[in-house]
Design a protein around this ligand. Structure first.
Ligand code: DGL
Length: 262
């Protein structure tokens, strides 16, 4: 199973897949050379995502997960065209929509994510298709991803998170979508801010089962009981990224640099 992200944040999704589908081999690609995607143009995000998918297809992936919200928002259609039927393509938005679709207690949703994700309006459009009764209000919170990577527990960090959440767009909501790979890592802080009174949704909590069920239906699950041997590639290796993998993946992993863009 190929999994890619703009950086190492998508390792949270890899970790979930590893937990629920331990026999599957994961081939991860983090585009650390071009991170962050959230501030890039649609053309660039689409170009980089296509290159990564070409790389994962060459590695014979039976399924590819776009673990990045920004790439899922911007590049999905282009990647669908590229892949056709040679591999199953997953993104981080569909599993969430599945959860929202049948939950009639949801009436007002807030969404936070990068500039790319929020300006694509992907959540508004897709939620409207199945639940036109839900109000969706979105806010770009671009500093959060790098702040989370720094992992500072200081008051300054808390202040930035709170000043985003105090924005009027995020008042009177009953549900908040954490629309970025990194945000589940500050779920507790967000929950504290709202005094546990609103529902926090992120694809991290549902994507593993979503993929497992889908691959099972297609008879694509690996039924052997041998643990998959994973590989983790990045486009630009630094000690910083290697160290930060601990934040996003529970066991020790080694990043390998692979230049796929030249
Ligand atoms: N992985 C990105 C996302 O989920 C966050 C970091 C970035 O902007 O590249 O949108």
């Amino acid at each position: 199973i190929g999994i890619f992200d703009s950086g190492i944040g998508g390792l949270t999704i890899a970790s979930e897949v590893n937990k629920l589908l331990p026999n599957e081999k994961i081939i991860y690609f983090g585009d650390t050379q071009h991170l962050p995607y959230g501030n890039k143009s649609n053309q660039k995000i689409t170009y980089y995502s296509n290159k990564i998918v070409e790389f994962l297809l060459k590695k014979n992936c039976k399924a590819i997960i776009i673990a990045c919200n920004s790439a899922s928002s911007i590049a999905l259609n282009s990647l669908r065209e590229k892949i056709h039927s040679c591999c199953v393509l997953f993104n981080v938005i569909d599993p969430l929509l599945e959860q929202i679709k049948n939950d009639i207690s949801i009436k007002n949703i807030g969404v936070i994510g990068t500039h790319a994700t929020i300006s694509s309006n992907v959540y508004e459009h897709s939620i409207y298709k199945t639940r036109p009764d839900i109000n969706v209000s979105s806010l770009a919170t671009p500093i959060l991803a790098s702040l989370i990577e720094e992992n500072n527990q200081d008051l300054y960090t808390k202040g930035i998170i709170e000043s985003y959440l105090k924005n009027e767009k995020l008042q009177n909501i009953d549900t908040l979508i954490l629309g970025c790979t990194h945000y589940p890592l500050i779920k507790e802080k967000i929950s504290d801010f709202y005094k546990n009174e609103i529902r926090l949704l992120s694809s991290l909590s549902c994507i593993g089962n979503y993929i497992k069920n889908d691959l099972k239906e297609r008879n694509l699950l690996n039924l052997s009981n041998k643990a998959g041997e994973h590989a983790f590639y990045v486009s630009d290796y630094t000690e910083f990224f290697q160290k930060k993998t601990k934040l996003f993946f529970p066991t020790s992993i080694i990043l390998e640099e692979e230049n796929i863009f030249s």
